[in-house]
Design a protein around this ligand. Sequence first.
Ligand code: NAI
Length: 457
Amino acid sequence: MERTRVAIVGGGPAGYVAARRLAQLGVEVVLVEKRHLGGTCLNEGCIPTKALYAATSPLGHRETFARMGISLSPAVDAARLRTWLSEVVGAVRGGVEKLLAQSGVEVVSGEATLVGPGRLRVRTPAGEEGISADAVVLATGSTPIELPGLPFDGERVWSSTDALLLPRIPDRLVVIGGGVIGLELGTVYRRLGSAVVVVELLDRLLPGVGVSRRGEAVLRRALAAQGIELRLGARAEGLTADGVKIRTTNGTEELPADAVLVAVGRRPNVDGLGLEAAGARVERGVVVTDDGFAATPGLYAIGDVRGGWMLAHKASHEGLLVAERIAAPTAPPPGGAAPVIPQAIFTQPEVALVGTPIDEAAGGLRVGRFPLAALGRAWAQGETEGLFQIVADENGRLVGAEIVGPHASDLIAEAALAVSARLTAEDLARAVHAHPTFPEGLWEAALALLGRPLHRG
Ligand code: NAI
């Protein structure tokens, strides 16, 4: 049996970040990963999605360019695109492997199960081995949820993992779930040429994200303009010979489909971990932990398996914190103010938000808005659909922001820093922003919030 100070199960953004930080802090660490380092995010999530997003983006701007007098007649080479995706994933994964090796993290390929407190059994290609550790960190991530009646088969019914392999470009794609994954991949396939219908149970898009009604309306209009059909308030019930059966208040209906992407959420990977053997509890599908990520003394859980936002950067943040806690066990657990976690959704236009949702701004909270249509840079780029919104508390401190428009995923960083550093709308208004740039939108929203709007009435 191998002995180590810390054993980490799962090499995604939670686990590998914890491993590297522990190694930097001089703590001996073994990382067990059953598939590839980088986890879902790097191999079949964030990175390949963004590669597809980038590759297909120009296709979504053909009409804008035509208005400018530039005509683009793209041809999609799906085989080359597939190769490019795997090159991107390979390069980023190679970087992570190198970083871990440089830091002295021992990586074991295999599937780990807890067999008791501080004890793991690992099934490797060469057989079984045991690891005992003073501390075990579970960072096993999550898996796409299947719908009864629509089991994943990789052929007609795709999970997000299948869709990212770009098995083919279906003539008709039905996307079940108008959440983050459904809309990111739905817009990609639309740009590649599929006719796309999005079926969403609730009466709005991105219901779990906290996007405002105004922001959602901008997105909805943009998706409709791209030719994406939205079926809100509709439940997918199962496959038919030619597509999918959905139920709405008007009864059932069949939507023809050559492929169906089911993106109705992800479930934390808690099964088969041997949690009972280690005395950990699972409630509502997640490992129960304290503020310092401990499930039991010496057993920690971070990332998706612990619940909360299923976001890579939230997982990595927890990886850093748990490493510091394990390395300095006598220090008080992190606790304190909740971290400020931005969200970025790569639709066209992008949607990004942080902090207090705009529509929850009640009481003494004030909202400042600035439409993209009033921004010179947006006109120069031919993309004027979008909105900047910020919210400040009664003392003027920024507590939230939402941006819908080009580069929102990057622009939200300034707002996240402002919220995190407890800056005021006045601070933002007094910071000089380069002209003509998109960040001016946040600055203008701050001016609007303070009652002295500049480029709007
Ligand atoms: P989601 O929770 O964002 O959306 C799932 C949607 O499916 C919901 O809107 C729900 O109402 C709908 N739905 C459920 N059952 C349905 C049915 N039978 N028929 C029709 N609609 C139904 O989950 P998603 O998109 O699968 O993403 C999973 C997780 O991954 C989320 O927590 C998301 O935040 C995270 N993620 C974040 C990304 C980002 O921030 N850019 C990218 C990808 C994933």
